[in-house]
Write a protein that binds this ligand. Structure first.
Ligand code: ZN
Length: 404
């Protein structure tokens, strides 16, 4: 009888230990904090991950007749655009290792950024928008690019608003406008004089980590004028075949477009590994002659961090999913105001995961708490990508969910 009693007592003590939390309040939890200061390396996607799909609206601005830009109606033009878009996605999937300490001193190389783009081409008749001379900031003498630098105040913002609301799902909005005087000079006078004088620098917006509703815009000015100039004027002048040679030069503008999209995804010209234009092979090199087919692994991590924690979360398709779980094998505290995950989460036995703020998870995913694992929701709301409550939390023996 005595033996049984002591066994019973032990059992009671054991079970009461099991239900007791290993902490009295959240500050007592010894956990690694993941926040805005966490190193980019932490976010590098695994080679086994599926890619994230980012929507990008390519907006061609036409005159009242539906002409004066790529308009989707010319087969040859469409083929060129299509090839450019394919090459952008191909580049983001097939980087090349420069094996050059001027670019990167580490030994690792990541070939595939695990980022792909869902391009949507929009053709909009808007003579005002088409011509960047209509920007109040246009100054012919200064030739600055402020006229077509996207911001919350620039001359195309009204159009940016309507595209995000009605015409297409939210994506990175890339506008194709032009200096119409230079265009007319090419088309009507067969002259490149005005085109060479005008400014054609492409400009992007970096992500916002504060305003999660903000749009991300890019301006690609004079791309169609450049196309007509190369095809109808320059190829003849230099006596090279448009079909065999010059067209491919035009198509190689995919590198510049990939570079601008890189800015949209948070990349700068320099990073912790190389200065501006110091790595010839960097995608973020500004030289048009540079190879531009490399992104350092940590910069790939930087893009994924931005895709999880900035306004870019709006542009990633609902279906995007790494399709590999995130394993929480030590206590972690994910400390962001808003974060979007792209995978299942598994909290290993006895480990603690703290989530804060707005947490968005893909549909059809789950958070699994292994035996004795604890999920701490600190003023956290869990939602799925279609804004319904996220409820798929699988609790194994003695696992707990604690709310503060
Ligand atoms: Zn740049």
């Amino acid at each position: 009888m005595k033996k049984i009693t002591s066994l019973l007592i032990i059992t009671i003590i054991l079970s009461s230990c099991a239900t007791k939390l290993p902490f009295n309040n959240i500050s007592e939890i010894d956990a690694v904090t993941i926040n805005a200061r966490t190193k980019n390396r932490f976010f590098i996607p695994k080679t086994t991950y599926d890619p994230l799909y980012v929507r990008a609206n390519f907006i061609y601005l036409l005159d009242t007749n539906g002409q004066g830009n790529f308009n989707g109606k010319n087969k040859e033009d469409n083929k060129v655009i299509d090839e450019i878009l394919q090459k952008i996605n191909h580049l983001y999937q097939n980087l090349e290792d420069p094996k050059d300490p001027k670019c990167y001193k580490g030994k690792d190389f990541v070939k595939d950024t695990k980022i792909q783009f869902k391009f949507k081409l929009l053709y909009i008749k808007d003579t005002f928008a088409r011509n960047y001379r209509n920007s109040k900031l246009f100054n012919e003498k200064k030739r600055s690019y402020s006229a077509f630098a996207p911001s919350k105040n620039w001359y195309l913002k009204y159009l940016d608003n309507t595209i995000n609301d009605t015409i297409s799902k939210k994506g990175i909005n890339a506008f194709f406008n032009m200096d119409v005087d230079a265009y007319n000079d090419v088309v009507l006078n067969n002259s490149a004089k005005a085109y060479h004088k005008t400014k054609s620098v492409s400009v992007s917006q970096f992500p916002s980590y504060q305003d999660f509703n903000r749009s991300s815009q890019i301006c690609f000015p004079n791309k169609y004028t450049q196309y007509l100039w190369m095809k109808n004027i320059n190829s003849k002048k230099i006596n090279k075949s448009w079909d065999k040679t010059v067209k491919n030069w035009y198509i190689s503008s995919y590198k510049g477009m990939s570079h601008e999209i890189g800015h949209s995804l948070s990349l700068a010209h320099s990073n912790e590994h190389h200065g501006t234009n110091k790595c010839d092979q960097a995608m973020m090199n500004q030289g048009w002659k540079a190879k531009r087919n490399y992104i350092p692994p940590t910069e790939i991590g930087k893009m994924h961090k931005a895709l999880m924690t900035s306004n870019l979360i709006q542009f990633v398709t609902d279906e995007s999913n790494y399709n590999q779980p995130r394993i929480i094998s030590e206590n972690e505290n994910w400390d962001f105001n808003t974060i979007r995950f792209y995978q299942d989460i598994i909290v290993k036995q006895g480990k603690i995961l703290i989530l804060n703020g707005n947490v968005i998870l893909p549909k059809n995913t789950s958070i699994t708490l292994e035996k004795d694992a604890i999920l701490v929701l600190n003023n956290a709301t869990l939602k799925t990508t279609n804004n319904t409550n996220f409820t798929t939390i699988i609790k194994n023996k003695n696992a707990k969910i604690i709310k503060y």
